[in-house]
Design a protein. Structure first.
Length: 290
């Protein structure tokens, strides 16, 4: 499976912070925002990753992540000149995807929860159609929402419904088989001129090939699109890391734990950051394994 991180948009809700920088470069506590969706793809065992962003921001991501080889990844980059919708990622990334299945992670979404890597591996290994991830929220009218039956089977998808019987918001993580490329190419722009990801998902649903995995109690899903939510996300990460002594979305550690790089390589990455707590952490977790 290939992976795409969609890190485009102008981040107008975060102005003036994002006048000169992509919001996905902004810090969420002690690491750039894009580390969090990247970590999700890596936890699913995905190593071939395409970052899509605006032409003026793309060099920032190249400078930050390079070709990915230091983390045992293969990183590619592509431009989305205009904000034409989430589903355009599959049109832009068609050549990158090739004949493979693909996971799409939105660049401003953060996921954290017990056993998440196991869930991702399970869903990636048996992908047949479309897999969405639902999260219970108290204000479903702000999101795309999925309705399921008593057995958890997905029945419908609605965008920002008022008075919905369901509170399962569709999060910014999507898994698809290779049919998504042709589906996205044939989706018509919505009234706001965008290729809507909900339209893609509805086509899978109509074909009986869409499933929803509910991320329930114990999971956290955070959208960092506003000043308040950005601050809350940073506080959440800070609290857990300081209380538990572990790192969330630490790409170097994930690469080591997943076997993408060895302990020596991870230690060297930590040495480069030895004047920070982040670097010391990497050196500590790999010191005995080198």
């Amino acid at each position: 499976m290939k992976g795409i991180v969609l890190a485009g948009g102008s981040g107008t809700r975060l102005h003036p912070l994002t006048h000169a920088v992509s919001k996905q470069i902004l810090p969420v506590y002690n690491k750039p925002m894009i580390y969090y969706p990247l970590s999700v793809l890596m936890l699913g065992g995905i190593r071939d990753i395409l970052v899509i962003s605006t032409p003026r921001h793309l060099d920032m991501f190249r400078a930050l992540l390079g070709d990915g080889s230091r983390l045992g990844l293969s990183m590619k980059y592509a431009e989305q000149p205009e904000a034409n919708g989430i589903a355009e990622a599959f049109v832009i990334g068609a050549e990158f995807i090739g004949s493979d299945s693909v996971a799409l992670a939105l660049g401003d979404n953060i996921f954290h929860g017990p056993g998440f890597s196991r869930i991702l591996h399970r869903e990636v290994s048996r992908i047949d159609g479309c897999v969405l991830f639902g999260y219970p929220v108290k204000d479903p009218e702000r999101y795309g929402v999925g309705t399921v039956d008593e057995k958890g089977r997905l029945l419908s998808l609605r965008e920002k419904p008022v008075g919905s019987a369901s509170n399962l918001a569709i999060t910014g993580l999507y898994l698809y088989d290779n049919d998504v490329v042709d589906i996205a190419k044939n989706v018509r722009p919505s009234a706001r001129g965008e290729l809507e990801i909900t339209d893609v998902n509805r086509i899978y649903l109509e074909r009986g090939r869409a499933r929803l995995v509910s991320l329930g109690r114990g999971f956290a899903w955070l959208d960092t699109g506003t000043h308040e939510s950005l601050l809350q996300a940073g506080q959440y990460v800070q609290l857990l890391e300081q209380r538990q002594g572990v790192r969330i979305a630490c790409l170097e550690e994930i690469a080591f734990r997943m076997g993408f790089i060895n302990a020596g390589a991870c230690y060297e990455l930590g040495e480069e950051l030895r004047h920070t707590e982040y670097g010391k952490y990497l050196m500590d977790i790999t010191a005995e394994s080198r």
